[in-house]
Design a protein. Structure first.
Length: 178
């Protein structure tokens, strides 16, 4: 099976819900991929093959919470450490915080300050890139503890929201929606 076939299997497994979580929103649900073993394997193959093509990656960072579905798989496959970025108040120890604006308010993300050594090359992973606020805050956190962000990888990107334009690093999205 070639990459185009694998990509189509993944796309077909993503479920769409109209007017969720509120009126006017078209929600793309990745859990359909996880309910279909063939789609999950195809997604994993596509993501791992892409990450292997990148120059040296030292650490895989994933965002709370659906990024946690992708990050550990990549980490395990590449034999690289996994580091979470979580919502405020969810990580013990010393943390660095970054607040950002959402369409409905403000949120804060955190990373443990001793989780990544200075100078390490990081891949940041999440399920979706929409407006870019969460990913931009995560890039700032990784840089604030002295690491370099090589790329941001997402399963899906909503092109119409132009989140990519807020990110000062390369972005790879497996699937794009307009």
């Amino acid at each position: 099976m070639d990459n185009n076939d694998k990509l189509q299997i993944v796309k077909d497994a993503i479920k769409t819900y109209v007017n969720f979580p509120k009126e006017g929103i078209i929600y793309k649900d990745i859990f359909g991929v996880y309910q279909n073993v063939t789609a999950m394997r195809a997604m994993n193959d596509l993501i791992i093959n892409h990450v292997r093509s990148l120059e040296k990656i030292d650490v895989i960072v994933a965002l709370d919470s659906r990024g946690f579905l992708l990050g550990p798989i990549i980490s395990s496959e590449l034999g690289k450490p996994f580091v979470p970025i979580r919502k405020k108040g969810k990580l013990p120890g010393n943390v660095k915080r970054e607040s950002y604006t959402l369409e409905y308010g403000e949120a804060t993300m955190e990373i443990q300050t001793d989780s990544i050594s200075s100078g390490k090359r990081v891949l940041i992973v999440d399920d979706l890139l929409a407006t870019g606020g969460t990913m931009a805050a995560s890039i700032k956190l990784v840089k604030a503890i002295g690491a370099e962000v090589v790329e941001c990888l997402v399963l899906m990107e909503l092109n119409s929201l132009n989140g990519r334009s807020k990110l000062p690093v390369p972005v790879f999205s497996l699937i794009q929606y307009n």
